[in-house]
Design a protein around this ligand. Structure first.
Ligand code: ATP
Length: 331
């Protein structure tokens, strides 16, 4: 039996993780969930939103499913998500974006994958108050991190039958930092002659994405552009409620939706569990449980195709009603 760390998060986290755990259980797959609390709720008792026991659990189990966790603003705590990625060296953020049956969007041919560098860039957290009217944030780009994320993108392309990897930068302006990312991409690309390459500036990419997203296959980006572009791509396929993600390193992997803890709809039984469910489906593939992944994915597609949806997708089902419909469709 697999033992997997489950961080059920806060805000809508517990509602959507209950749903996903129930769906996986009803699919017939036995998972031993090592449940770990994190976020604002544990600060008072444990002094940190990300206690060491959570990291220890992931280190032991190697794989985690994570619902959104809120980092309180302005209380001196580092973002839980950033800390988790750094501590476990989860250097690749993977966000596949593909249309879902039954979810109507402007385009019906989106099938791309965003590969975002996860450890440096402006997220390195190096900031300096120069004087009361001036602040600096340092953008850090290294050859080592750039090469390994580009390699990850090409390896992903090879393993998943993708044809092209497109590197996204603003190297015409940030000639040194983005220039280094681009140079690393070109170096790594030489080892993958079977994969086509493309280079694009991030502003042009945004325009192209909202005009003709089907022209893109795998995108590889430094951290900040990756963050922004992956939300844009989530919008292309129906919004945050259906956008899955994963943070992957050499030793550990944490699967989590793109969205945050949505405090505005917390406790209202309204949240869409699909993004966490799709992340869990990727997780099942990662641990080799392809048959269960397939079974759950088929049930999801069937449920959405039947028009059974939560409010964010224009439907009228509550989280628990959607979960029950999903379970009824597991064959
Ligand atoms: P963060 O900064 O943590 O990403 P945020 O406030 O920017 O958080 P979210 O918490 O992701 O963003 O919420 C953005 C909007 O999307 C909110 O109005 C929220 O209700 C909605 N939303 C997010 N996730 C879901 C979901 N799973 N189901 C339904 N609505 C959602």
């Amino acid at each position: 039996m697999h033992t997997i760390t489950l961080i059920n998060g806060d805000g809508i986290g517990p509602e959507i993780s209950d749903s996903v755990v129930k769906i996986i259980e009803k699919s017939g797959l036995d998972i031993n969930w090592d449940i770990q609390t994190a976020g604002s709720d544990v600060i008072e008792a444990e002094g940190s939103p990300l206690p060491q026991r959570v990291l220890d659990s992931i280190k032991k189990n190697k794989v985690a499913l994570k619902a959104p966790v809120t980092t309180p603003i302005g209380k001196g705590f580092r973002s839980v998500n950033v800390q988790l990625r750094k501590s476990l060296d989860l250097y690749a953020n993977l966000r596949p974006c593909k249309n879902l049956p039954g979810v109507k969007t402007k385009f019906d041919d989106v099938d791309l994958v965003v590969v975002r560098e996860n450890t440096e860039d402006l997220y390195a957290g190096i900031e300096e108050q120069i004087d009361v009217d001036t602040a600096h944030s340092i953008k850090v780009i290294t050859r080592k991190a750039s090469e390994r994320i580009c390699k990850f993108a090409f390896d992903y392309a090879v393993k998943n039958g993708r044809h092209e990897v497109c590197v996204v930068t603003k190297a015409n302006i940030m000639k040194l930092s983005d220039g280094l990312f681009l140079e690393s991409f070109r170096d790594v690309a030489k080892n993958y002659p079977q994969i086509k390459t493309r280079e694009i500036l991030v502003d042009n990419l945004c325009m192209q994405l909202v005009q003709k997203p089907s022209q893109f296959d795998v995108l590889v980006l430094p951290n900040l552009y990756g963050d922004i572009v992956s939300d844009l791509c989530a919008g292309l396929i129906g919004g945050l409620g259906v956008a899955q993600g994963a943070n992957i390193g050499l030793d550990y992997a944490v699967f989590e939706p793109v969205h945050g803890s949505a405090p505005d709809i917390k406790g209202q039984n309204k949240a869409n569990p699909t993004a966490l469910l799709l992340s869990a489906i990727e997780m099942l593939k990662y641990i080799g449980e392809f048959a269960y992944a397939d079974k759950i994915e088929k049930a999801l597609f069937k449920t959405l195709s039947q028009g059974e949806k939560t409010c964010d997708l224009g439907g009228n089902l509550s989280t628990t009603e959607f979960t029950d419909k999903m379970i009824a469709n597991l064959e």
